[in-house]
Design a protein around this ligand. Structure first.
Ligand code: ADE
Ligand code: ZN
Length: 326
């Protein structure tokens, strides 16, 4: 199995449905009808997906819950061949943006990450992510939590949620604070918004990576700009297909973006929601575009080079890729 590097994974979005069901039963919390008859998360479009995501997340109420969640998520990732993962984590869900509570959640997530690294060899780092539709004021509080805990484990700052709500510049204060604290920057854009949304994120937030970014393909000049600036796209093809952004794997722009010289990487976004894993992404891409092991190795190396971790960790990851994928 090829070794993989994943840069775009929402921690709660990776929660196995069985874990969410178990915790909701233990707590006697009724989260409503968020599962289908097979026990998978059920939703019909992106906006309903966000509601189901937040309902599932609402059962996670303590640092210990996040420790369990992180262990479960990393076990799945490691089983799919992932050797390094960057996960989006949100003080909104972890302690309600209170810095002291956030520290406790973060410690619990790190404890689980350390255990997974010892047991399965997978390395995890965190990216704090405010939720766009929660608004700029909450994002500012989130940025304060991030700045207080920035370091060798908490390495990045991003922006998730509904891309059609507000503009990147509404979050500039938070991104500036995160940058000043030494965090590296990414932002969801070009998923539900068009090329303008990607342009805004690059211009107004000075991010070095874009979450998704695939709709840049609709503007050739923007594709050139992304390639020239070396901005890395965290592409999640299976997520885009599951949410109806493209009708088929062959219609997905990841191959064309790569051919145009854009640095593309591959991630799963919210794997159980979209019935995917890194293994499934690789298999579908190989079939749709005839990508061979050489292409996947290049993509994994691009991801390792674009990872927000320190240089020593990056070297370790690159060596891991060489060892397994050579
Ligand atoms: N949160 C979880 N998954 C997301 C996605 N694909 N886009 C925006 N916000 C998200
Ligand atoms: Zn995402």
């Amino acid at each position: 199995m090829l070794a993989k590097v994943e840069l775009h994974l929402h921690l709660e979005g990776a929660a196995p449905p069985a874990l969410i069901r178990a915790i909701s039963r233990e707590r006697h919390i009724d989260i409503g009808r968020i599962f289908d008859s097979a026990g998978n998360y059920a939703f019909t479009d992106f906006w309903q997906f966000l509601k189901v995501y937040e309902a599932a997340t609402s059962v996670l109420k303590t640092p210990e819950d996040y420790c369990r969640l992180t262990r479960a998520v990393l076990a799945e990732s490691a089983a799919a061949g992932v050797i390094y993962t960057e996960a989006f984590i949100s003080p909104d869900f972890c302690g309600g943006r209170d810095v002291s509570a956030w520290r406790d959640y973060l410690a619990a997530i790190r404890e689980a990450a350390d255990e997974a690294e010892r047991q399965d060899g997978i390395v995890m780092r965190g990216i704090v992510t405010p939720i766009r539709h929660f608004g700029p004021e909450k994002a500012r509080e989130t940025a304060r939590c991030a700045a207080e805990t920035a370091g060798d484990w908490l390495v990045g700052f991003g922006l998730a949620g509904d891309e059609n709500v507000l503009k990147p510049k509404d979050f500039a204060w938070s991104f500036d604070a995160a940058r000043e604290a030494g965090l590296r920057l990414t932002c969801h854009a070009g998923e539900w918004g068009g090329p303008e949304s990607v342009r805004d994120a690059i211009r107004d937030l000075a991010v070095e990576r874009i979450g998704h970014g695939v709709r840049a393909i609709e503007d050739p000049a923007l594709v050139d700009e992304i390639a020239e600036k070396g901005i890395v796209l965290e592409v999640c093809p299976g997520s885009n297909l599951a949410l109806g952004l493209y009708p088929s794997w062959r219609a997905h722009p990841v191959h064309r973006l790569r051919e145009r010289g854009v640095k593309v990487t591959v991630s799963t976004d919210d794997p159980p929601f979209f019935a995917t894993t890194m293994e499934r992404e690789y298999a579908a891409l190989a079939e749709a575009f005839d990508w061979d092991a050489g292409v996947f190795d290049e993509i994994a190396k691009t991801a390792a080079k674009a990872a927000f971790c320190d240089a020593g960790t990056r070297d370790r990851i690159l060596k891991g890729l060489e060892k397994t994928n050579a």
